[in-house]
Write a protein that binds this ligand. Structure first.
Ligand SMILES: O=c1[nH]c(=O)c2[nH]c(=O)[nH]c2[nH]1
Length: 286
């Protein structure tokens, strides 16, 4: 009996690419998850660990980011073809390259502001006692991004701080918010949509020096435009987008090619309150 190697392939899975196409102040946005699998003569590495025919998966990831800079990113099919043909053309030992792309759709909110398409969840929690009624409305999973108009600098530096200061970064978050109503007979739909529009508008229109500042601006806009609301609690994950260092490939990255980070993420939380209203009757945001 002989044990033999069967079908095999390898590659880099789930390279998260965000490509910003800058046309002055107006930006385009492409958000992809790219997976690459190469197959061919890979017997040696499996049988003896001879890697002379193994293009590192790390290189495949780099190629995704470098091609995004060099060629831009249009339709997912076109970008996948570009990558797959490159690996087959340049690597003689590669017989087949499979490139799979997931493309996340974003709707435009402004020249450089976007909302990720897809469902967010509207929430409502009411607490009734013999003495009181409390209505709390909210939203989760409202994903927003500004591709510029966001800076972060002047922060504390200690011996463990490596974060560079920036005057131009992506600011992205998935809004998780709850807000407390003063009464129990509002026009709930109108109030909900008004609050969401106010939050979204504040995110889009605030030139941000920190996500904390943006949080305050969102809460303030909701309370100033919705007199039926007493306070709002916001939990904003800072969905980090890391600038890809393309200098090893003699390419400049002028805030165009980003790694969409998954975790860890910053989590900025805060309550914004009107100071002339009765306090909550329960721990309303838990
Ligand atoms: O807006 C931000 N606030 C922070 O507190 C923080 N911390 C960090 O690393 N990046 C950021 N960004």
């Amino acid at each position: 009996m002989a044990i033999v190697l069967g079908h095999n392939r390898y590659g880099k899975a789930e390279t998260r690419l965000v490509r910003v196409h800058r046309d002055g102040d107006t930006h385009g946005l492409v958000d992809l998850n790219v997976s690459i699998a190469l197959a061919g003569d890979l017997t040696a590495t499996h049988l003896t660990g001879d890697n002379s025919g193994v293009l590192p998966t790390d290189t495949m990831k780099n190629t995704v980011y470098a091609f995004a800079k060099q060629h831009g990113v249009g339709e997912p099919e076109a970008f996948a073809l570009l990558l797959a043909r490159h690996f087959v053309r340049t690597q003689g030992q590669v017989e087949s390259a499979r490139v799979s792309v997931e493309s996340f759709a974003w709707d435009r909110l402004g020249p450089h502001s976007f909302r990720r398409r897809g469902d967010h969840t509207r929430t409502a929690t009411v607490t009734v006692t013999r003495e009181s009624t409390q209505v709390v409305s909210g939203i989760t999973g409202l994903v927003l991004m500004n591709t510029t108009a966001s800076e972060f600098h002047g922060f504390v530096r200690d011996r463990y701080t490596t974060l560079p200061e920036t005057t131009d970064r992506i600011l992205a978050t998935a809004v998780d918010a709850k807000w407390r109503h003063l009464g129990d007979d509002a026009d709930w739909d109108k109030s909900f949509h008004g609050a969401v529009d106010a939050m979204t508008g504040a995110f889009v229109n605030t030139y941000s020096l920190s996500l904390q500042q943006t949080l305050m601006s969102m809460g303030t806009m909701v309370l100033t435009s919705r007199p039926e609301l007493a306070e709002i609690r916001l939990a904003l994950p800072n969905k980090h987008h890391y600038l890809v260092d393309l200098s090893a490939f003699a390419l400049e990255n002028e805030n165009e090619v980003f790694i969409a980070g998954d975790r860890p993420y910053g989590l900025i939380e805060g309550t914004v309150t009107r100071d002339d209203v009765p306090p909550a009757t329960t721990e309303w945001y838990l």
